[in-house]
Design a protein around this ligand. Structure first.
Ligand code: NAD
Length: 487
């Protein structure tokens, strides 16, 4: 029996099989030591009626081997199919998505010749929690979940990554001027953890201007850490401006598992044509080789890849109208150059990282086993959400004032977050979705969930249709909910 490390491999959909075959051929010729174990996931599995896109035997392989090289997967539109990529990342706890973006102006056309940045994207939380509901005929919602342990983990990972890779600065992107609680927590954690890394420069940008800066002056950035959705968008922008989205690889790292892939998707528009650039997946595989303790093989492949581009062997996406080669010819050209070094860029040299294939993060304890934070949580009121397309804000307000009872007073009604009662403006556009805020009465010392249940009973009796509630808490005396716009 072979003592080589077994790696789970999925060829993927669309261009996946073409770029995976090219990548594996290069790895084999470079002398990479691993045993591939292929699994079938994605489109075929979805279309066979498994809406998760992944069969049980694939999970068994992943859990046994712990390292996964994955081709891109098509998520079928509609039909209730969940993204398999998101399922795998979250199920295996792959909390960090590491996406290096480097420009090579010597041989790839780019407006940004000095770009060398790494995006560290939080990979499990945010709007990708995938918790969505239609609440009324007119309104749907998606819950944005940001957690303290999740933010601490990814921010610490970004600083550790910077230290290990001799990077000088970590930038944080959020939109905490608008989302003061969710993005506010991420930014707060960033500030707290940055104090443990005085050797590393830090800065924060609001995501919109930050993204504009990536597009304009990417050379100003080094490592950038951000919540999931922003990271998804920013890393495609960053990859594209290096010359092609087909160039960048990514590592998805967790406490126990690691997944390596290209950042791009399955490119159905060019699938089967043999013209896709395999470089993104190859870079994912290079990161995998370093992760499993084969930095010498990673170095050999990366330098041969440099030399191939330097010699003018380009796939169509970067040749941009010039002469180009197909996927397979490109792979052959890299294989021919294994052992050679580039002359116009500094060759890379990967080092063994310690420990070679474990992340430096030990497995997170379950919530019941974690240290309990010293937090006093007090109930302050409740937001009751109504579905109503028959009454005005004034009429709803008056009906609710009448049922508030001695425990509560109706503080405000908002519609899409903006105040419409009391003293709303007739010009404000409203939908059928009303958020009605009841706050504890000044004379009342405490309220309980039972008081809320009684209030709900009175609201229902008044003929109003509630669709959800959200309790309002203070944590250590600090308000744990946002005010309504105009409240
Ligand atoms: P895409 O990245 O597949 O393609 C965007 C554009 O870039 C296309 O014009 C494509 O031809 C080009 N392109 C992408 N990779 C290339 C390569 N290696 N060489 C040359 N050109 C390349 O994005 P999309 O079209 O939005 O998504 C297609 C499918 O991929 C969707 O089903 C999506 O859900 C899925 N997807 C999967 C992953 C993943 O598996 N990690 C990531 C993103 C999108």
């Amino acid at each position: 029996m072979s003592d080589k490390r077994t790696i789970t491999i999925a060829r993927g959909d669309g261009i996946g099989p073409e770029i995976m075959d090219a990548t594996l051929k290069i790895l084999e010729h470079a002398g990479a030591q691993f045993e591939p174990e292929f699994i079938d996931i994605g489109e075929k599995v979805y279309l066979n009626g498994n809406t998760s896109g992944i069969p049980n035997e694939a999970w068994v392989s992943l859990r046994r081997n712990k390292v996964f090289l994955k081709g891109p997967i098509t998520t079928p539109q509609g039909g209730g199919y969940k993204s398999l990529n998101v399922t795998i990342r979250k199920t295996l706890g792959l909390f960090a998505n590491v996406r290096p973006n480097i420009s090579y102006a010597q041989f790839i056309k780019t407006k940004h010749p000095n770009m060398d940045l790494v995006i560290i994207r939080e990979n499990e939380e945010d709007l990708y929690a995938g918790i969505e509901h239609q609440q009324t005929p007119e309104v749907v919602q998606c819950l944005k979940l940001i957690t303290r342990p999740g933010s601490e983990k990814i921010v610490r990972y970004a600083f550790e990554y910077a230290r290990k890779n001799n990077r000088k600065k970590v930038t944080c992107f959020t939109k905490d001027n608008i989302m003061k609680l969710t993005d506010g927590l991420f930014h707060k954690v960033f500030k707290e953890i940055s104090e443990e890394y005085p050797d590393i420069e830090t800065e924060h940008w609001i995501i919109d201007i930050g993204m504009a800066k990536i597009a304009d002056t990417p050379q100003d950035f080094d490592v950038i850490v951000m919540p999931n959705l922003y990271g998804d968008i920013a890393s495609d922008v960053a990859a594209q401006i290096t010359g092609s989205v087909g160039l960048a690889g990514s590592a998805n790292i967790g406490d126990q598992f690691a997944l390596f892939e290209a950042i791009h998707g399955s490119a159905p528009d060019i699938a089967g044509k043999g013209i896709a650039n395999p470089s993104g997946l190859l870079h994912g595989a290079i990161m995998m080789l370093v992760h499993i303790g084969q930095p010498d093989v990673a170095t050999k492949i990366h330098n041969a890849w440099f030399k191939t581009l330097e010699d003018g062997v380009h796939t169509g996406d970067i040749a941009k109208g010039g002469s180009s080669v197909g996927t397979n010819e490109f792979a052959e050209a890299v294989i021919e150059r294994l052992g050679q070094l580039p002359t116009t860029v500094t060759p890379v040299e990967y080092k063994l990282t310690e420990p070679s294939d474990e992340s430096s993060f030990s497995m997170s304890p379950a919530v019941k086993d974690r240290e309990k934070p010293d937090v006093v949580r007090e109930l302050d009121g409740v937001d009751i959400f109504l579905c109503n397309n028959e009454q005005t804000s004034e009429e709803i307000g008056e009906a609710l004032e009448a049922v508030a009872g001695p425990e509560f007073s109706l503080a405000v009604i908002t519609n899409r977050g903006v105040k419409v009662y009391p003293n709303g403006f007739p010009e404000t556009f409203t939908t059928d979705h009303w958020r009605c805020r009841f706050q504890i009465n000044a004379a009342q010392k405490t309220i309980t969930n039972q008081d809320i249940i009684s209030l709900l009973g009175r609201v229902q009796k008044a003929g109003l249709d509630f669709i959800k509630i959200e309790n309002l808490y203070r944590f250590n005396g600090e308000r744990g909910y946002s005010l309504g716009q105009g409240q």
